[in-house]
Design a protein around this ligand. Structure first.
Ligand SMILES: Nc1nc2c(ncn2[C@@H]2O[C@H](COP(=O)(O)OP(=O)(O)OP(=O)(O)O)[C@@H](O)[C@H]2O)c(=O)[nH]1
Length: 299
């Protein structure tokens, strides 16, 4: 059978929103693969990570963006904000995410990044599972339309997979007609090395909870891989000497647990055995250090 699917569409979709509104969760739910890292702490998505969803009639290439930061300023945050702006050019559709609990000043800041005459911005009102939908959502939609000429507004719950099909149909209208840009089995443009570093960082965030301030980064020092397995050596970089002890934990217990959980996930990702060694190193104020940022890939 060589029946051609009429009107196949494919294009780029930027997902924007302040930290913690659920951008990563939404992309993960849509793409169905773990492409970006979620955590209860804001600012965990530090880079543009693409997830690709191919359906019968469309291919959606999602560009995740870091949360827009307005409160703090350092070189790192500056670069993150620039990355938000650059991800808005060259995309076919923009999905702006807010929470069902309503507009916050930081959401308004994100809105300011959008060109006023943009016709391709869809508002996704996320976490509808957290509110009484019937009472809250309609007024919120009306309020939102006064703030910006959104092309459409879709209430969703990324976590409960609610209304995501509707969101996809709405996005599809903005994608240009054309063939797939990616093969079906490609779901991320990130190297296993990058994803492994993200996994280690996620485990550190999860295990250390509120003990660990934002200043933590992961570097992969060495990566040896063959058909049977991989040997990976990584360093967790923290801001202060006192943070080092927190990450290591009593008799090394925290660091061991971080390594164990990360090893399981990396092994599942690579589909082979993994030996993982994680070290902790102190780097004062790495958030402002251009050289370190560059080595971590934040150009
Ligand atoms: N109840 C509920 N929680 C959600 C939903 N979507 C996301 N969350 C939670 O909200 C928190 C933040 O989600 P993320 O996906 O990390 O948010 P983000 O916008 O990518 O955050 P940054 O990476 O900091 O920019 C996590 O604890 C999610 O589990 C939802 O639909 N319902």
């Amino acid at each position: 059978m060589t029946e051609k699917i009429e009107d196949f569409r494919s294009g780029y979709v930027a997902v924007i929103g302040r930290p913690n509104v659920g951008k990563s969760t939404l992309i993960n739910a849509l793409v169905g693969e773990k492409v970006s890292i979620t955590s209860k702490k804001p600012q965990t998505t530090r880079d543009r990570i693409m997830g690709v969803l191919t359906t019968e009639d469309a291919q959606y290439i999602f560009v995740d963006t870091p949360g827009f930061q307005t409160k703090h300023s350092s070189e790192l945050l500056d670069r993150m904000n620039k990355s938000v702006k650059s991800s808005l050019s060259d995309v076919d559709a923009v999905v702006m995410v807010i929470e069902s609990t309503g507009w916050r000043p930081e959401d308004e800041e994100v809105l300011k990044l959008l060109p006023h005459d943009a016709k391709n911005v869809i508002l996704a009102i996320n976490k509808t599972d957290e509110v009484k939908e019937s009472e809250v959502i309609l007024p919120l939609i009306q309020e939102s339309m006064k703030k910006f000429a959104f092309a459409d507004v879709v209430p969703v719950s990324a976590e409960k997979n609610h209304q995501l099909d509707v969101l996809l149909q709405v996005i599809r209208k903005f994608l240009p007609e054309g063939d797939k840009l990616f093969e079906d089995d490609i779901y991320t443009d990130k190297s296993p090395r990058f994803l492994a570093a993200e996994i280690i960082r996620e485990k550190a965030f999860r295990l250390l909870g509120d003990e660990l301030p934002y200043g933590v980064a992961v570097m992969i020092d060495k990566w040896e891989e063959n058909d049977q397995g991989a040997r990976i050596f990584a360093t967790l970089i923290v801001n202060r000497e006192s943070h080092k002890g927190i990450v290591i934990g009593e008799k090394g217990s925290k660091l061991r647990e971080i390594s164990r959980l990360a090893r399981e996930d990396i092994s599942a990702m690579l589909g082979k055995k993994v030996y993982l060694e994680v070290w902790v190193r102190v780097r004062k104020g790495w958030g402002d250090d251009a050289a370190v940022l560059k080595s971590l890939g934040y150009e």
